[in-house]
Design a protein around this ligand. Structure first.
Ligand code: SAH
Length: 270
């Protein structure tokens, strides 16, 4: 499957902001000049370059044209005026290199999980917000508040701009940061009902190790994405070991999102 072949390179693009920016600006030159690991090179050798370029192009396609994510969401370029979105929810994104315009399966999977799990008034954490797309969708689905965090300053700035573009700045607060900032908010004002973490398996595993589950209030839901389908059993086992339960997996084009829940207090007492 195409998506899994470019996994190693796109995986790096998700977590390594300077690499991503360079890849988007000039994919071919980046692959020649950057130090690619053996794994990254092996994946690329199997892939026709045209397919790779197309894939990178998808990640910035919202600069120019609307991106239909699924039957519920359409991402509109910043400058497109009135656009007939039919029954779909329009999300407007500025032309930045921050990740997340809905063209990539991991984002689409998170949006589908969000739709299924969110309830009005929910406190939502978007850890690794990128463009802020998930935070905007949460706010438009009546979240009570959304905390939007990214370790990358450029992404946090892009998310902030996009949050303003969609007029949800009263609900969404963007900060540069990660788990430490999320836990500080939990201690100050309570845990989250829903946490969305679309980063990548190694990063998600290390966040779990550092106490990611503690951001959830009892019965709170965690959506982990950026997982390759083959990694799902291992991810579920890790989540189980961390005390989470009630697993549901969504898959698309070789990628997966795993939904799990912190047990409600009544379950703990049993
Ligand atoms: N939420 C968006 C973007 C996902 S890309 C979507 O679903 O499309 C993952 C983002 O996580 C990137 O912007 C990257 O900068 C950020 N990130 C990577 N490691 C992180 C960490 N440890 N803590 C917080 N953010 C992180």
């Amino acid at each position: 499957m195409r998506t899994s072949k470019v996994y190693a390179v796109l995986a790096r693009a998700i977590v390594d902001a300077p690499f991503r920016e360079s890849l988007f600006r000039n994919g071919r030159q980046t692959l020649e000049e950057w130090d690619l690991s053996d794994g990254e090179q092996a994946y690329l050798q199997e892939l026709p370059y045209g397919s790779f370029e197309k894939m990178v192009g998808h990640l910035i396609s919202h600069w120019l044209v609307p991106v239909t994510v699924n039957d519920r969401y359409v991402v509109l370029p910043e400058r497109v005026g009135d656009y007939d979105t039919d029954e779909m929810i329009p999300l407007r994104l500025a032309s930045s290199f921050a990740f997340g315009n809905g063209a990539h399966p991991t984002t689409a999977l998170c949006l589908a999980a969000l739709d299924e799990m969110i309830r009005p008034g929910f406190r939502v954490l978007d850890l690794g917000t990128g463009s802020g797309i998930l935070s905007i969708a949460a706010a438009l689905n009546d979240a009570g508040l959304v905390l939007s965090l990214d370790i990358d300053a450029t992404s946090a700035a892009a998310a902030e701009e996009n949050i303003r573009l969609n007029s949800v700045e009263k609900i969404v607060e963007v900060r540069q940061g990660s788990l430490t900032e999320a836990l500080a908010v939990c201690h100050a004002s309570g845990g989250f009902d829903l946490a969305l973490v679309n980063i990548l398996t190694p990063v998600v595993l290390s966040l779990l190790d550092d106490g990611l589950c503690e951001v959830l209030r009892p019965a709170g839901v965690l959506v982990c994405s950026g997982i390759v389908s083959g990694e799902v059993p291992m991810m579920k086992q890790t989540l189980r070991n961390a005390g989470l339960a009630r697993f549901e997996t969504k898959e698309k084009d070789g990628w997966a999102a795993v939904i799990s829940q912190r047990p409600p207090i009544s379950d703990k007492k049993r």
